[in-house]
Design a protein around this ligand. Structure first.
Ligand SMILES: *Cc1c(COP(=O)(O)O)cnc(C)c1O
Length: 401
């Protein structure tokens, strides 16, 4: 590699990378060697992770591991083709019916990822000349979806329904789609879905709800954020992901049968891609059963959330207003957030620093995520470790000054 001469395009990339470094924004990866629940082994060292979306602790559940084996025995490993050719299996079919019934909507369609499901929904409901309205803190995939749709994108300030209503009023006689995270992934707060639905009814718009962090966790029986609010409407298109609380992989869209039919005809991330491995769909049928009967796990998760919040002593780092498993701690400065994350890692805790552009400038944070797989005593140890990390950073700043 070194013997290959550099060329201007490569130099440009290298300069851009150096720039990322200089801003303290370089991202790296950890290679996990083994896991047991939230305990991960990396480079031979065990860490307690507060960074996964495995909210119910199902990702290494023995029943899911067994279901994967059984699914592989029945279907092999790869689907071998897209859904419309020969990749669609009975497992996919049964899972779609079970998911639709679970979230209380007429029909559902599986996708390989939430990212792809969001691209599918927005590009199918909106096209050139239409308008998409998006909360500023929505997940990146929803913004990318709007750009790909070629519709005009209106982003409204976080949860600002007045601005949204004004924007909706501006665009008459065009297709309108409002898209929102149900639980915001970096803040942990919940979208005002009943008010959003009322606006969508008044202005005749679709409401696309991305429930990546609510499915399996919120609502009676973990049926998600629509169930949490008791919402039902033919204009709601629901996206649930299956790699988070469900502990597996994949995603689905649920809604009116006409919407689902149209996705099968038009959605490019459905048509032009290999089907999700049937063994995954098979395992997800078991996951759905586990979710249904996981009231105890959900109760434990919510006890952890209450414990973290009640034992948190307000210091310079503020816990954001969140009632969900996502409990962000705002540090502010990028380099300090990273230093805090490293100080926690030295104490055996994995809590990621989330920096711009994932979150707004000046709001770099430690994103703590809790899971039913954590023990109460582990939540206490995390609180203690964060206090120590904060003291360590403050001491080193004084030493520098
Ligand atoms: C994780 C996430 C996605 C993407 O889902 P994947 O299945 O991981 O691709 C979409 N939306 C939100 C809000 C998410 O948090």
């Amino acid at each position: 590699m070194n013997r290959v001469a550099s060329f201007p395009l490569l130099d440009e990339l290298q300069r851009a990378l150096a720039d990322i470094d200089a801003q303290g924004l370089r991202r790296g990866r950890l290679a996990v060697q083994r896991r047991h629940g939230p305990r991960l082994v990396i480079d031979g060292v065990e860490y307690l992770a507060f960074c996964s979306n495995d909210y119910l602790g199902l990702a290494d559940h023995p029943a899911l591991v067994a279901a994967v084996r059984e699914g592989a025995g029945r279907y092999g490993v790869g689907a071998g083709a897209s859904h419309l050719i020969s990749g669609h299996s009975e497992a996919h079919h049964c899972l779609e019916q079970a998911l639709a019934e679970f979230v209380g909507l007429p029909a559902a369609l599986l996708f390989s990822t939430g990212y792809m499901a969001n691209l599918a929904v927005v590009t199918t409901l909106a096209g050139r000349g239409d308008a998409v309205f998006a909360d500023r803190l929505n997940h990146a995939s929803l913004n990318d979806a709007a750009l790909l749709s070629r519709a005009e994108l209106y982003r409204y300030p976080h949860r600002d329904l007045e601005t949204l209503e004004r924007q909706l009023g501006h665009v008459r006689g065009r297709g309108r789609v409002v898209v929102t995270d149900a639980v915001f992934s970096m803040d942990g707060d919940v979208a005002p879905l009943p008010d959003l639905l009322a606006l969508c009814e008044r202005y005749d718009a679709w409401l696309v709800v991305d429930d990546a962090h609510g499915f399996g966790v919120l609502g009676p029986g973990g049926r998600g954020t629509l169930a949490h609010f008791g919402l039902c409407s033919p204009r709601i298109v629901y996206v649930g992901t299956l790699g988070k609380a469900a502990g597996v992989f994949g995603a689905f869209v649920a809604g009116h049968a006409v919407v689902i039919d149209m996705l099968v005809q038009r959605a490019r991330t459905y048509l032009y891609t290999t089907a999700l491995p049937p063994l995954i769909a098979h395992a997800l049928l078991t996951s759905l059963e586990l979710i249904r009967s996981a009231d105890d796990r959900r109760a434990r998760l919510f006890r952890h959330i209450a414990r973290l919040r009640s034992r948190w002593n307000a210091g310079p780092w503020k816990l954001m207003e969140s009632a969900t498993a996502i409990q962000p701690l705002v540090v502010g400065d990028n380099a300090r957030a990273c230093a805090a994350s490293r100080a926690l890692a030295r104490r055996g805790f994995l809590v990621p620093a989330i920096r711009p552009p994932t979150v707004p400038q000046g709001t770099a944070r430690l994103r703590i995520s809790l899971s039913a797989a954590h023990a109460e005593e582990e939540v206490d140890r995390l609180i203690e470790a964060v206090a120590q990390a904060r003291a360590e950073l403050a001491a080193s700043r004084q030493a520098e000054a």
